[in-house]
Design a protein around this ligand. Structure first.
Ligand SMILES: O=C(O)C1=C[C@@H](OP(=O)(O)O)[C@@H](O)[C@H](O)C1
Ligand SMILES: C=C(OP(=O)(O)O)C(=O)O
Length: 430
């Protein structure tokens, strides 16, 4: 437990920052680099607790991963060089590691057992275990394999045509990764497009992957070829500082080399619609991923409705969007975000409770929340519930609170953003 009391700041948020590498892309680079033949160099890899879990999982399977200060090198020898791990694999707090690794383990012809921390142990795994079992993977665990710990015996998969029953990039990715090892073609159909980093990177690594936004097809006819990856800055991490600039009067902040993949930029659309000034410069594309510099200038905010297809494009940003909405004139309504209840904690309750305790007016609903602005945030004690996104959102809220915000435990921030407080300090006290 690491309690932290954060005092309000009197100055605007200014300057520029480069946020760490994208977490979703970092996980995928380890996975594909470890399955490919040849050397993959990953630059701006995110070093954090969650991505460490994916690195260690592959090391247990025999992958040769070299860590340098600015990059990570994988000396891949293809999936045949991977072997049964001697010990159970620990997925920690990382839902992405768990779901994507289960897709890989279902395809590998050996036995593995895996477990997570108490938070991950409560998150549903049947969403990947069900389709991967239909493909031929063998799983066992509590409640018919719905939760970790899980035992997996992989190999001999067959392709599947699978319509996603939930809006989840992790499920889509697990099925596609299973499809890499399956006989025939695997097709995933999604009603609402979710982040497409797996498909994009599979293509860059030479997989036989085709299709459009909502229909993705993969065939295991080709092996993966090692490909260098430069990881863009994580827009989900940048979102905390975008929100800081949007709520502190007089602010103007530039975030450099942030990932701008369309399937992730819902936060940019929301900021513009709420009235903040957002400008994007130096756009570039590498390995199928676009990135660029984002400048946010403070302007008065207004409440909006956030629902439908935009939700997966900003799912992890909803706690900090709720904070921005507390500073907007009028009501902000968030619908269709029921997936938030299945994250590291129930983020609908954690956001509403955390912000209400420091003076906000938020009503949680089944699939979102109603935020009534504009509120004066008074400060006080709030709980992060061991959820990094809630802890960082509360830390940003402290910038505009009247009194200190005391967060019960900020240690979870290391899950995705170990340098968060140094960066917060840099843009608020320079
Ligand atoms: O695929 C990924 O890297 C992720 C997908 C999302 O989860 P779901 O697929 O469960 O929506 C997101 O919330 C998570 O932080 C990362
Ligand atoms: C939900 C998240 O991650 P994961 O599902 O990988 O635990 C997150 O980073 O906000």
């Amino acid at each position: 437990m690491k309690e932290m009391a954060l005092a309000p700041v009197s100055s605007p948020v200014t300057g520029e920052l480069q946020v760490p590498g994208d977490k979703s892309i970092s996980h995928r680079a380890i996975i594909l680099g470890s399955l490919a033949a040849g050397t993959t160099t990953i630059t701006q890899f995110l070093i954090s607790e969650d991505t460490r879990r994916t690195v260690e999982a592959f090391r247990q399977l025999g992958a040769e991963i070299e860590e340098n200060e600015a990059s990570l090198k994988i000396h891949g020898h293809g999936p045949k060089a991977l072997h049964e791990p001697e010990e159970p694999i620990y997925f920690g707090n990382s839902g992405t590691t768990a779901r994507l690794m289960l897709g890989v383990l279902a395809g590998l012809p050996f036995f593995t057992s895996a477990y997570g921390d108490p938070h991950l142990t409560r998150r549903p795994m049947d969403r990947v275990v069900d389709p991967l079992s239909v493909m031929g993977g063998n799983f066992d665990g509590r409640n018919n394999g719905s939760y970790l710990p899980l035992a997996v015996r992989g190999g001999n998969l067959n392709g599947i045509h699978y319509k996603l029953p939930v809006k989840s990039a992790q499920v889509k990715s697990a099925v596609l990764l299973g499809g890499l090892f399956a006989e025939g073609t695997t097709e995933v159909i999604e009603d609402t497009p979710s982040r497409n980093h797996t498909e994009t990177m599979l293509q860059a690594f030479g997989a036989d992957i085709t299709g459009s936004d909502r229909h993705i097809r993969i065939t295991n006819s080709k092996s993966l070829t090692a490909t260098d990856v430069t990881v863009p800055g994580d827009i989900s991490s940048a979102a905390f500082f975008m929100a800081a600039a949007a709520i502190v009067p007089g602010s103007e902040l530039t975030l450099r080399r942030v990932g701008l993949n369309d399937s992730r930029t819902g936060i940019v659309d929301v900021l513009s619609e709420m009235g903040a000034r957002v400008s994007i410069a130096n756009k570039q594309t590498a390995g199928g991923e676009t990135f660029g510099d984002i400048t946010i200038t403070h302007r008065p905010l207004k409440g909006i409705v956030i629902e439908g297809e935009i939700i997966p494009r900003l799912i992890d940003e909803i706690p900090v969007i709720a904070l921005m909405a507390t500073q907007a004139e009028g009501e902000t309504l968030i619908h269709d975000a029921e997936e938030l209840r299945l994250k590291e904690t129930d983020r609908i309750l954690a956001t509403a409770d955390g912000l209400n305790r420091i003076g906000a007016n938020i009503e949680p609903t089944d699939d979102g929340m109603i935020i009534k602005g504009k509120s004066i945030l008074t400060g006080g004690q709030a709980e992060a519930r061991h959820d990094h996104r809630i802890a960082m959102m509360l830390a940003v809220a402290s910038l505009i609170a009247k009194q200190k915000v005391i967060i019960d435990d900020v240690s979870s921030i290391a899950i995705s953003y170990p340098d968060f407080f140094q960066h917060l300090h840099k843009i608020t006290r320079e």
